[in-house]
Design a protein. Structure first.
Lengths: 470, 103
C-alpha cells in the first residue's frame, strides 16, 4: 500500500484506522515517506529518517497487536507521524538549525518534547526545514534553501517554522513541532492554513531545543485540528527538571460565559482588507455561538516591533556566542547573513554606551506592553486578532529588506513579549487561493480556554481540513 | 538619526567574534542603521516610573538537588561525539600560549 488514497487527517482518524486494521503503522509510514519524496520541491524536510520511522512503526504495530485496550490513554500519539523542526535535538539524528554551522551535528540526547512524543507512541519521520536558527518570517533564511507554500509554490510558507507548517498542510506528516519566539508557529500556520499553538512561556520545556531568545522562546506544535494540537500540548507540557522556567501551573478553565475582546490597534492601515474581513467574519461566528464580543485597546502595540527587535537580537547574540566550532559544529564564518545581522544588532544594543538607550528602554516598554494585556484580561477571557497584516507574500518579495520583513511580526511578537499563549486557526482562503485565519490570545496558562474557543469555531463552521492539490 | 559607519560595524563585529568580508560590511552598514533608526520611536513612551521586564514567569531562584544522575549526564564518549578534532579523548584546539622567548 505505497499510496493510500485517503490519508487520515487527524490523530483520531489515524488511531481508529489502525485499531480497525484499515492500515498498519508501517503502511502509514510507507505512504508518508512516499509523499515526502514526491513533494521534494516543497523543500519541507532537511533530513528524512526512514530507519527510525520504520522501527517506531514496527513498535506501534506490535502494541496494537498485543493489547489495543486503553491504547490511546497510555499512548495518546500512537501512530501519529511527526516532523520535528530542525531546532529540536534528536538523539542520533542530525540536527542543523537549518544552518551550515551545524550541518553535520548529531546530538547525543533528545529534547524533552521529542522524547515525550516518542514515548507517547508518535512516529518521527524527519527534521523539517526552517529559517536558520529560527531567524525569519518567510522560511527564506534557511541555509538549505527556501521552503515553498503548498497552496501556491510562488509564495512563502511563513517562518520560521516553515517546513513544519508545510509538512502538516501538504500531508507530509500528521503533526509537526515548532518554536515561536516572535510568531514562528502562528504565522506559518496562518500562511499554510493549519492550526498552530504557541503555548504560555514556561508551559513546555525548552530542554534540548536550540535556543534563540531565551526570554521569548516557546515550544509548540502544528496540526490539522484544534483537538490534535491540544493532544500534543498535553503530551509535551509540564516540568521535566531540566528547564527551570517550566512550572506545572494551574490552568485557567473556560467559564460558562466567555467574553472575547477585539483590539482596535490590530485593524490599522497596512492590514490587508481580506485579512481584516476574515477576522471580523470569525468574530460573527463566535457571536452567533453566544460569545460576547467587545472592542478593546492595546495602546502600546505599535512599539512591539522595536521592543522585540532589541530584546530578541540581544538574547540571540548571547545564545549564538557558544558556537565556536570547537566542541561541535563549524566556525562562526559559516553563519548566514541573517544570523550575522542579528548577532551584530544584539551586540550593538548591549554594548557600552547603548545599553540604557536601547536594551533597558526596550525592557521598560516591554513592561508597558505586558500592562496592556493585564488590563484587558481584567475584562475579557480571550483576544481575537489577525495573525499577520497580510496573507502569504511572494518568495523574494521582502528578502532584501530586513526591516520590512521584521515589521511582519507586529501582531505576533506582543504575545511572546508578554509570555502569553496564542492559537492560530485557519478560516478559509482569499481570492488568490491563499489561506486566511486568525489568532486567539489569552492570559498565561489559559490554553484550555483557547482550545475550547477553537473547537467551538470549528464546530460552528463545520470545519473540514483539506489538502492542497499538488 | 543614527548613521552607523563602517568602523562601527567592524567594531561590533569584533565584539561578536565575526570576521566580515568587505561586501558584508557594505551590505550590513545601511541595513543595521535602518533598523536601529526604527527604534527611535521608543523615546515617545514615558517609562520614568516603569520597571524593566527581563522575564515573564515570575519564578525566582528555582533550584534542583545538587546530585549527579546517570540520566542527567553524558558519557565522556558522548560528550566529545560532536567533534572530529579529538585527541586521546580531549578536544583539540589551537595553542594559545607560545614558547617562552625570555630564556
Amino acid at each position: 500500500m505505497k499510496n493510500m488514497k485517503d490519508i487520515p487527517l487527524t490523530i483520531k482518524e489515524t488511531q481508529e484506522g489502525l485499531l480497525k486494521k484499515k492500515f498498519s503503522a508501517t503502511e502509514l509510514v510507507d505512504t508518508y515517506l512516499g509523499k515526502i519524496n514526491e513533494e521534494k520541491d516543497l523543500n519541507a524536510y532537511i533530513t528524512v529518517c526512514d530507519d527510525e520511522a520504520y522501527k517506531k512503526a514496527g513498535e506501534v504495530d506490535k502494541l496494537i497487536a498485543n493489547d489495543s485496550l486503553a491504547l490511546s490513554e497510555n499512548f495518546p500519539l500512537f501512530g501519529a507521524t511527526i516532523g520535528h523542526k530542525d531546532l529540536f535535538l534528536t538523539k542520533g539524528i542530525r540536527t542543523t538549525a537549518a544552518s551550515k554551522v551545524l550541518e553535520s551535528y548529531v546530538p547525543a540526547y533528545s529534547a524533552t518534547a521529542v522524547a515525550r512524543m516518542e514515548k507517547a507512541g508518535g512516529i518521527i519521520l524527519g527534521k523539517t526545514n526552517c529559517d536558520a536558527w529560527a531567524h525569519g518570517a518567510s522560511g527564506e533564511n534557511s541555509d538549505f534553501g527556501p521552503t515553498k507554500n503548498p497552496w501556491n509554490k510562488k509564495f512563502v510558507p511563513g517562518g520560521s517554522s516553515s517546513g513544519s507548517a508545510v509538512s502538516v498542510a501538504a500531508g507530509l506528516s500528521l503533526i509537526a513541532t515548532g518554536t515561536d519566539t516572535g510568531g514562528s508557529i502562528r504565522q506559518p500556520a496562518n500562511f499554510c492554513g493549519v492550526v498552530g499553538l504557541k503555548p504560555t512561556y514556561g508551559a513546555v520545556s525548552r530542554y534540548g531545543i536550540i535556543a534563540m531568545a531565551s526570554s521569548l522562546d516557546s515550544v509548540g506544535n502544528f496540526g490539522k485540528s484544534v483537538d490534535d494540537v491540544e493532544t500534543v500540548f498535553n503530551v509535551t507540557k509540564g516540568e521535566d527538571g531540566r528547564d527551570s522556567t517550566v512550572k506545572n501551573a494551574e490552568f485557567v478553565k473556560p467559564k460558562a460565559k466567555i467574553k472575547i475582546g477585539i483590539p482596535k490597534e490590530y485593524f490599522v492601515e497596512g492590514v490587508d482588507k481580506e485579512v481584516a474581513e476574515s477576522v471580523i467574519r470569525a468574530s460573527k461566528v463566535f457571536e452567533k455561538a453566544g460569545i460576547e464580543l467587545t472592542e478593546i485597546s492595546l495602546p502600546h502595540t505599535k512599539y512591539a516591533i522595536s521592543v522585540y527587535y532589541i530584546v530578541q537580537p540581544a538574547e540571540v547574540s548571547s545564545n549564538l556566542g557558544r558556537y565556536d566550532g570547537i566542541r561541535y559544529g563549524n566556525p562562526r564564518a559559516d553563519f548566514g547573513a541573517e544570523a550575522k545581522r542579528r548577532i551584530m544588532l544584539g551586540t550593538y544594543v548591549l554594548s557600552a554606551g547603548y545599553y540604557d538607550a536601547f536594551y533597558l528602554k526596550a525592557q521598560k516598554v516591554r513592561s508597558k506592553l505586558i500592562g496592556d494585556f493585564e488590563a484587558v484580561f481584567e475584562t475579557v477571557d480571550a483576544i481575537l486578532a489577525p495573525v499577520s497584516p497580510t496573507p502569504a507574500f511572494k518568495l523574494g518579495e521582502k528578502a532584501s529588506d530586513p526591516l520590512k520583513m521584521y515589521l511582519a511580526d507586529i501582531f505576533t511578537a506582543p504575545a511572546n513579549l508578554a509570555g502569553i499563549p496564542g492559537l492560530s486557526i485557519p478560516s478559509g482562503f482569499n481570492e488568490e487561493g491563499l489561506p486566511l485565519g486568525f489568532q486567539l490570545l489569552g492570559p498565561r496558562f489559559s490554553e484550555p480556554v483557547l482550545f475550547e474557543l477553537g473547537k467551538l469555531y470549528e464546530k460552528e463552521i463545520d470545519y473540514k481540513a483539506i489538502l492542497p492539490n499538488l | 538619526m543614527v548613521k552607523l559607519t563602517k568602523e562601527d560595524v567592524l567594531h561590533v563585529a569584533k565584539l561578536a567574534k565575526l570576521d566580515l568580508v568587505e561586501a558584508e560590511v557594505e551590505r550590513f552598514t545601511p541595513q543595521l542603521s535602518n533598523v536601529i533608526n526604527h527604534f527611535s520611536e521608543l523615546s515617545e513612551v514615558d517609562t520614568v516610573d516603569t520597571e524593566p521586564t527581563s522575564q515573564t514567569t515570575g519564578l525566582e531562584n528555582v533550584y534542583r538537588e545538587d546530585k549527579v544522575t546517570v540520566e542527567g549526564s553524558l558519557s565522556a564518549e558522548e560528550a566529545i561525539s560532536g567533534s572530529d578534532k579529538i585527541h586521546n579523548g580531549y578536544f583539540k584546539v589551537k595553542a594559545i600560549l607560545e614558547g617562552r622567548t625570555d630564556k
